[in-house]
Ligand binder design. Structure first.
Ligand code: FE2
Ligand code: FE2
Length: 266
C-alpha cells in the first residue's frame, strides 16, 4: 500500500512554494483533502523551504515602516484593515503547512492531520478576506504588507516545541484578544458581512490554539517537564514582542491556554 502514493511532505512543499495566492489556497485545500482521504503517504522525503513563495509583486515593508491606519470609517481605512487581516491569514496558511511538513515526521500522523486542517482553515479565511477586498474594489497585494510575520517561523525552525509555544500559543492566541473588538467596530459600522467573517475566524482560531496547546502539553508530558514553566522560558527566549493585555481569557482558556501561563509574563 506504499510506493504509488505521493508523500505528504512533497505535497506540502509544493503548496508552500506556490506564490500565487489563489493557487496557494487551492493547493493547500487539496493537500488537506488528499491527506484526509488517505491519498498521501506518511513520508518525509523532501525538506521544507526556509521561506515559502509569495507573490513577487507583494511589497514587503519592515514593521516600523508600515503606514499608520486610522480608526476605520472611511473607505481607505476599511481597505487597509481587511488587507492587513488578509496578509495575516495568507502567512498563516504557510505557517500551518510548514508546521505539518517540517515537524510531522517526528510528531506523527495526528499532528499532520491537525495542522493540515488548520492550513485548510487558514486558506478559507484568506479566501473570505480576498473576496471582501474584491467587494471593496481592492485586492490582496494592492497595499504594502508587514514583513515580520515569517520571523517567528525562522526563529523556531529548529525545534517543534518552540514553534508550538510561539506560533499557536502566542501569535494565534493574540488574534483571540484583538478580534472581538475589531468585530464590534465592524458591526457598529453596519458591516454585518464583515462581522460574520470575523466571527468565523475567531471560532476557528480557538481550535488552532487548542491544537497547539494539545501537542505542546504532549511533548512536555513525554519529557516530564512543567508545561507552564517550559512555555514561559520558550516565550522569553524566542519571542521578541510583549504579551500585552487586554487578554481574552475565556477564549484563551477554551484554546487550552490558562491565565497562569501568560499572566505572569505579561
Ligand atoms: Fe486564520
Ligand atoms: Fe489560525
Amino acid at each position: 500500500m506504499t510506493s504509488q502514493r505521493r508523500s505528504v511532505a512533497r505535497a506540502i512543499r509544493e503548496a508552500l512554494l506556490t506564490p500565487d495566492p489563489t493557487a496557494k489556497v487551492f493547493a493547500t485545500r487539496q493537500v488537506a483533502r488528499d491527506w484526509r482521504l488517505g491519498r498521501l503517504e506518511f513520508a518525509f522525503d523532501v525538506t521544507m523551504p526556509d521561506r515559502p513563495a509569495w507573490p513577487d509583486e507583494l511589497e514587503l515593508l519592515p514593521p516600523g515602516r508600515m503606514p499608520k491606519r486610522g480608526k476605520m470609517g472611511n473607505h481607505r481605512n476599511r481597505i487597509a484593515l481587511w488587507h492587513s487581516l488578509a496578509h495575516i491569514e495568507f502567512v498563516a496558511i504557510d505557517l500551518a503547512l510548514d508546521m505539518a511538513g517540517r515537524f510531522g515526521e517526528s510528531m506523527g500522523q495526528v499532528f499532520v492531520s491537525d495542522f493540515l486542517s488548520v492550513a485548510a482553515d487558514e486558506a478559507m479565511h484568506f479566501a473570505l478576506l480576498a473576496r471582501k477586498l474584491d467587494s471593496l474594489d481592492s485586492r490582496y497585494g494592492a497595499l504594502p504588507v508587514h514583513d515580520g510575520l515569517w520571523n517567528a517561523a525562522t526563529e523556531t525552525s529548529h525545534d517543534v516545541i518552540a514553534r508550538l509555544a510561539i506560533v499557536p500559543m502566542v501569535l494565534e492566541a493574540r488574534g483571540l484578544d484583538v478580534t472581538p473588538a475589531t468585530l464590534e467596530r465592524v458591526r457598529s459600522q453596519g458591516d454585518e458581512n464583515g462581522a460574520k467573517i470575523l466571527k468565523r475566524i475567531l471560532d476557528d482560531e480557538i481550535r488552532h490554539v487548542a491544537f497547539g496547546s494539545k501537542h505542546f502539553h504532549a511533548i512536555c508530558g513525554g519529557r516530564g517537564e512543567n508545561p507552564r514553566e517550559t512555555w514561559q522560558n520558550l516565550v522569553r527566549t524566542h519571542f521578541s514582542g510583549v504579551l500585552r493585555p487586554p487578554f481574552n481569557d475565556s477564549a484563551r482558556l477554551a484554546g487550552g491556554l490558562p491565565r497562569e501561563f501568560y499572566g505572569a509574563i505579561a
